[in-house]
Design a protein around this ligand. Structure first.
Ligand code: ADP
Ligand code: LRH
Length: 478
C-alpha cells in the first residue's frame, strides 16, 4: 500500500486529502480543509495565496508520512516572481474586473475565430491571455521574470523547483491543443513573453522534493517527492469520472459546472466556437471538450447574501417549490462578478417576463432548475458538435451532495445520472501519483478502480424532457 497527499484547492475551499492505494483498493480521507476566501483590496479582488500555502503546510502535517504529494487548483490564475524568485504581489482573482473590455482589444490584433482555431479555447474574459493583456502596462509585469500558475507556484514553494504543468497551461489560451505545446506564433503576435513560463511538465512527471524547511515545518521525514498531477482541478476531476465505457458525458460540479465530453482530438470548428465550447487538455493525450456554466457559485453567492442559512434546509424547501417557474441563463457571464446575486437573478427573471422568485427557497429553486437546464444544453450541444453520443451522465464534485440538482439534471437530460465521487479532483490527483509510481495503469484502469471502490448514486430520468425543451425555448427567444 502507498499513501499520497492530494492538495486540492477549489475556489471555495482548499483541502489536503490522503489517498491510500493498492492495485485493488482506493481509500480517501480528509486531513485538513480550509476556506478559500478572496480579499478585496483597493486595487481589486485578490487570492490570499499565503493563507492557502499555510493551509497546505498544515494539511501536510495532518496528513502524516506519505509517499508523494500532488497539487491541483482552479485554472487560469498565476503569481509573478521577480529576479530573486520572490512573489510580486497577491495573485489577481479571475473574477476581478481588470479584464473588462480587454478581449475586444485582443481581437483587434488576432480575430476571435483565429484565436479559437489556434487554441481551441472558449471565450472567457479571465483566460490568462486576456489577464496578461490587461496587465501589459503594469510595473509588476515589467519587473516579473517568472510566471507560475497557482499549483505550480505552491509546488515551487514546497520544492524550490519550477515548471508549468500542461493540463493547467491549456487553460491559458496559449497552448495549441493539437501539438500540446505552446502556441508560439500567437504569443508573438500578442507580444506575450512565453519565456516567463518555466518549461512544460506533464502529469506524472517528477516535480522535485519537499525542501528541508518544509519537512521540518510539516514533521515529515524526507525524501518526499512532489509529483506533477493533472494540476487543473477539472482535469483531475475528469480523470476520476468512474465511467466504464466511452459513451459518457461528465459534469464537474462545484463553484463551476464544467459539462462535456472526453475526446481523442480537439473540435475546432466555427460551430464549436459559436457554442463556446473549450478544448482543454487531459490525461493520456485526451481533450476535455466542455462548456463552463456558472455552477453552484450562483447559490454560494445567494447564501452569502442571506447570511449563511443552513444548506440542507434551503434545499429541502426548494424541492417543495413548483418546478421551472422561472429560469435564467446559467451560462451568462453577467453572473461572473461577486455581489447582489439574489437581486441579479430576480432582475434577469423580470427582464425576461417570468415570475420573479422572492423567497430564498424560490431563488434556490430557480438556480437549480437553471443549472439543470444549462447541463442539458451543454450535454446535448457537446454530443452534436463532437459527433459523440452518450448513454449516461456522470456528475462528480461537491454538487453530488445536492440530490435535487442530480435528479433535475437526470430529468433535464433525459439520461441516467451517476453521481460520485464527491472529491473527484483529489481522487484524480491521487491516482495520477499512483500511476506515476506504477501502482495503477492508464485512465481506463483508474476508472475501473474508482467504479469498483467508490460509493456512487444513480438517478433515473423522470417526467419526460418536454417541459425542459419548453423552458429552453423560453430562454432562447428572449
Ligand atoms: P470547489 O472545489 O469549486 O471549491 P466543491 O466541489 O467543494 O467546490 O463544491 C462546493 C459546493 O458543493 C458548494 O457550493 C455547495 O453548493 C455544494 N455542497 C457542499 N456541501 C453540501 C451539502 N451538504 N449539501 C448540498 N450541497 C453541498
Ligand atoms: C474550476 C475551474 C474551471 C475554470 C475556473 C476558472 O475550479 O478550474 O475549470 O474554468 O475554475
Amino acid at each position: 500500500m502507498k499513501s499520497y497527499a492530494a492538495v486540492d484547492l477549489g475556489a471555495s475551499s482548499g483541502r489536503v486529502m490522503v489517498g491510500r492505494v493498492t492495485p485493488d483498493s482506493l481509500e480517501l480521507a480528509e486531513a485538513h480543509r480550509f476556506p478559500n476566501r478572496p480579499v478585496r483590496v483597493p486595487e481589486g479582488l485578490r487570492w490570499d495565496v499565503l493563507g492557502l500555502y499555510a493551509g497546505v503546510l498544515e494539511g501536510l502535517r495532518a496528513a502524516g508520512q506519505v509517499d508523494s504529494v500532488g497539487i491541483d487548483s482552479w485554472a487560469v490564475d498565476y503569481g509573478l516572481l521577480d529576479a530573486d524568485g520572490a512573489l510580486l504581489g497577491n495573485p489577481v482573482h479571475y473574477r476581478d474586473a481588470r479584464t473588462e473590455g480587454v478581449a475586444e482589444k485582443v481581437w483587434g490584433r488576432v480575430p476571435a475565430a483565429e484565436l479559437y482555431a489556434a487554441t481551441g479555447l472558449q471565450y472567457a474574459p479571465f483566460n490568462t491571455l486576456y489577464q496578461l493583456t490587461a496587465a501589459r502596462e503594469s510595473r509588476q509585469l515589467a519587473f516579473a521574470r517568472r510566471l507560475l500558475l497557482v499549483p505550480d507556484l505552491l509546488s515551487y514553494w514546497l520544492t524550490g523547483e519550477q515548471g508549468t504543468e500542461l493540463t493547467n497551461a491549456s487553460t491559458t489560451q496559449l497552448i495549441d491543443p493539437r501539438t500540446r505545446d505552446w502556441s508560439y506564433d500567437l504569443a508573438a503576435r500578442l507580444d506575450i513573453d512565453l519565456g516567463l513560463f518555466p518549461p512544460l511538465r506533464r502529469p506524472g512527471d517528477a516535480a522535485g522534493m519537499l525542501r528541508a524547511a518544509v519537512l521540518e515545518e510539516t514533521g515529515l521525514t524526507g525524501p518526499v517527492p512532489v509529483t506533477a498531477v493533472a494540476s487543473h482541478d477539472t482535469a483531475s476531476a475528469v480523470a476520476a469520472v468512474p465511467a466504464t465505457g466511452e459513451r459518457f458525458a461528465y459534469i464537474c460540479t462545484g463553484t463551476w459546472s464544467l459539462a462535456g465530453l472526453e475526446l481523442d482530438a480537439p473540435v475546432l470548428t466555427e460551430d464549436s466556437r459559436a457554442a463556446n465550447f473549450t478544448n482543454e487538455l487531459g490525461l493520456d493525450g485526451t481533450v476535455r471538450y466542455l462548456r463552463n456554466i456558472m455552477g453552484l457559485w450562483l447559490l454560494q453567492e445567494c447564501v452569502r447574501a442571506w447570511g449563511d442559512p443552513e444548506l440542507g434546509g434551503l434545499l429541502r424547501d426548494a424541492a417543495a417549490v413548483p418546478a421551472l417557474r422561472s429560469v435564467v441563463d446559467a451560462g451568462d457571464a453577467a453572473f461572473l462578478a461577486p455581489g447582489r446575486m439574489p437581486e441579479r437573478i430576480a432582475e434577469a427573471c423580470r427582464a425576461s417576463g417570468q415570475p420573479v422568485p422572492g423567497t430564498p427557497a424560490e431563488v434556490t429553486r430557480c438556480i437549480l432548475d437553471s443549472l439543470a437546464l444549462a447541463h442539458r444544453r451543454a450535454v446535448e450541444d457537446a454530443q452534436r458538435l463532437a459527433g459523440h453520443p452518450v448513454d449516461v451522465v456522470h456528475i462528480v464534485g461537491g454538487g453530488t451532495r445536492n440530490a435535487l440538482l442530480c435528479q433535475l439534471t437526470a430529468d433535464a437530460c433525459g439520461l441516467p445520472v451517476v453521481a460520485g465521487p464527491t472529491e473527484a479532483a483529489a481522487l484524480g490527483n491521487v491516482l495520477v501519483q499512483a500511476g506515476a509510481h506504477g501502482l495503477v495503469g492508464d485512465r481506463h484502469a483508474m476508472r475501473g478502480l474508482l467504479a469498483r471502490t467508490q460509493p456512487l448514486t444513480r438517478y433515473e430520468p423522470q417526467g419526460g424532457t418536454g417541459r425542459w425543451r419548453d423552458a429552453q425555448a423560453r430562454l432562447a427567444t428572449r
